[in-house]
Design a protein around this ligand. Structure first.
Ligand code: FAD
Length: 543
């Protein structure tokens, strides 16, 4: 229990002060900080270990697209003894990182593993959440903090005969923990999101035949991967104070930001030189460190696409594949779908064992016991990889049966569109907060940056409520409507609605077409959070 001398809450009969769901970067940050402040807190985690998406996404090639320096907690005590071995570490090294963090902070003892939160309802007499888990238990806490991430609900498309396939068939986000060897196997990969690109690069090395089923090409960027020696790592660390401080000042929680000029404001030569300079850096800088009009103005965007297309086509030898992967006319504006960082993706298709099926031309009709039938062909496979993405951000929350005070579930509330004041709280759902959730920077933000910067606001919010003796705090309907309006308005100013992306919910049949994340940038978002707190939590009712 938090120190009663400083915290006036009346929840002494609740089992816990705070229940956190999810043991990824965000949930573990909550655990650590709330525990430090003296709260009784437990994390409930469906997976068999900590690490969040790096527990589930252990498919061959799974790796982070954010450079490791900024894909970690910023605490100097953690930073000082940790060195990633590559600029862009893989899932296995990220797991080692979480082990390391646990060794330093002793987190696992407060994480309940192998346990899924299935439902929750608010007890209005006691102002506590009753949280139900799949082991049949109910646990109560004053605050319910959901850190379920963006990928807690895998999307498996409704394809005829899906279950009839007798070989191995796995979604990338539900990959078997014991691994799966592609050596000598006929492998199909369905989907060209980041996971699809990553699996292809690995499977091409050992599969006897590898077939990628593509609907829309991924407008990838070169990863610029390299190994990091201990000496190099020590040198990098000298810059970490700047790097970590800079995160809060930028759009996406990185240490770089959009340029302060537009592509249409500069000469053709300057534009080309800038694109080339950023391209050579090899990271998301070419996406979220480019000219500031590219994601807003189609004409500006066309210049970026043309550069991308021309550079990419140089890497593809087959003229048919040039058009499939980097078409002369883009399917959608550049950057409105998440680009994968690739390492040798296009070169894989120079190998005799690697093939592409364009499912716009020859759609998949059904799965059979032995493989996949398209409109023109049947192909046998040993392994089918469903790199088909996620019901992103909101899906993981809506699959939990959370009932609000008016008897409506969260899933019902969001059926017609997302509503979350400051991207964190809903009316009729008191004392419930999301980190890295809908209408917050989440999907547009470096994961650990959100976990810490948004996460710390949540820690202070909980602490402040307890210190003030507030037992019930709830967003107002007006506040969530107004937040929604501002997100929709900002979205309309961008090119994002022109792409059928998971950012827009467009990959899930029936999901409302709207941005799942806050498009104003982390820097702008943090300013709004500060404002909210400083003005006695604008948009919340405190009781
Ligand atoms: P997560 O790491 O997703 O953790 C959420 C946890 O909640 C999971 O362990 C899940 O099991 C648990 N959970 C969910 N629902 C329940 C429930 N009902 N009961 C119990 N437990 C539950 N972000 C970047 O910034 N850069 C990248 O390069 C990058 N690469 C990515 C690659 C992949 C393959 C994926 C899937 C995501 C990637 N992301 C990346 C996004 C990533 O989600 C964030 O970086 C970060 O992991 C978010 O941390 P989190 O703690 O919010 O959520």
């Amino acid at each position: 229990m938090a120190d009663p001398a400083t915290n006036g809450a009346n929840t002494s009969d609740a089992d816990l002060d705070v229940i956190v769901v999810g043991a990824g970067f965000a949930g573990l940050y909550q655990l650590r900080r709330l525990r430090e402040l003296g709260y009784r807190v437990k994390v409930i985690e469906a997976g068999s270990d900590i690490g969040g998406i790096w527990h589930w996404n252990c498919y061959p090639g799974a790796r982070v697209d954010t450079y490791g320096s900024i894909y970690q907690y910023s605490d100097p005590e953690l930073v000082k003894d940790w060195d990633y071995s590559e600029t862009y570490p893989g899932w296995d090294e990220l797991r080692e990182y979480f082990d390391y963090v646990d060794k330093k902070l002793d987190l696992r003892k407060d994480v309940i593993l192998n346990t899924r939160v299935t439902g929750a309802n608010f007890d209005e007499d006691k102002n506590v959440w009753q949280v139900k888990t799949d082991d049949g238990k109910t646990t109560t806490a004053q605050f319910f903090v959901l850190c379920t991430g963006f990928a807690a609900k895998a999307h498996i498309p409704d394809i005829e005969g899906l279950d009839s396939f007798k070989g191995a068939k796995h979604h990338t986000g539900l990959w078997p923990q014991e691994g799966l060897d592609f050596t000598g196997k006929r492998v199909a990969v369905i989907g060209t999101g980041s996971s699809g690109v990553q699996v292809v690069q690995e499977a091409a090395k050992t599969a006897s035949e590898l077939t990628l089923f593509q609907r829309t090409p991924n407008l990838t960027l070169p990863m610029g991967q390299h190994t990091i020696s201990k000496e190099e790592s020590a040198k990098l660390k000298e810059d970490y104070p700047r790097l970590f401080a800079r995160r809060a000042e930028t759009f996406a929680g990185f240490d770089f930001d959009f340029l302060d000029k537009g592509a249409l404001e500069v000469s053709e030569q300057e534009r080309y030189d800038t694109y080339m300079r950023l391209w050579k850096e090899g990271s998301f800088i070419w996406w979220i460190g480019t000219f500031n009009d590219v994601l807003f103005n189609q004409e500006a965007n066309d210049t970026q696409y043309a550069f991308w297309r021309d550079e990419t086509r140089k890497r593809i030898s087959d003229p048919v594949l040039k058009e499939k992967f980097a078409p002369m006319t883009a399917f959608h504006p550049w950057g409105v779908k998440r680009p994968a960082l690739e390492q040798g993706f296009y070169e894989c298709f120079d190998q005799d064992n690697v093939h592409l099926v364009d499912i716009r031309e020859t759609p998949i009709e059904r799965f059979t016991e032995t493989g996949i039938t398209t409109s023109t062909d049947h192909m046998d496979f040993d392994i089918i990889v469903l790199a088909t993405g996620f019901d992103s951000v909101s899906g993981g929350l809506m699959q939990i049966d959370i009932t609000g005070t008016k008897g409506k579930s969260l899933a019902d509330k969001w059926k017609e569109g997302l509503r979350a004041h400051i991207g964190m709280a809903c009316s009729d759902f008191p004392n419930l907060i999301f980190v890295y959730g809908p209408q917050s920077p989440s999907a547009f933000c470096n994961g650990p940056s959100c976990a810490e910067l948004q996460g710390e606001w949540v820690v202070q919010f909980v602490d402040d409520m307890r210190k003030r003796g507030v037992s019930r705090v709830e967003a107002t309907t007006e506040a969530e409507e107004s937040w929604r309006e501002s997100v929709l308005e900002m979205t309309d100013a961008t090119l994002f609605p022109k792409g059928n992306s998971w950012y827009m919910g467009a990959n899930i049949p029936g999901k409302p077409r709207e941005l799942v994340a806050y498009p104003g940038g982390l820097n702008d978002y943090l300013a709004k959070l500060k404002d909210c707190a400083e003005n006695n939590y604008t948009g919340f009712e405190l009781k």
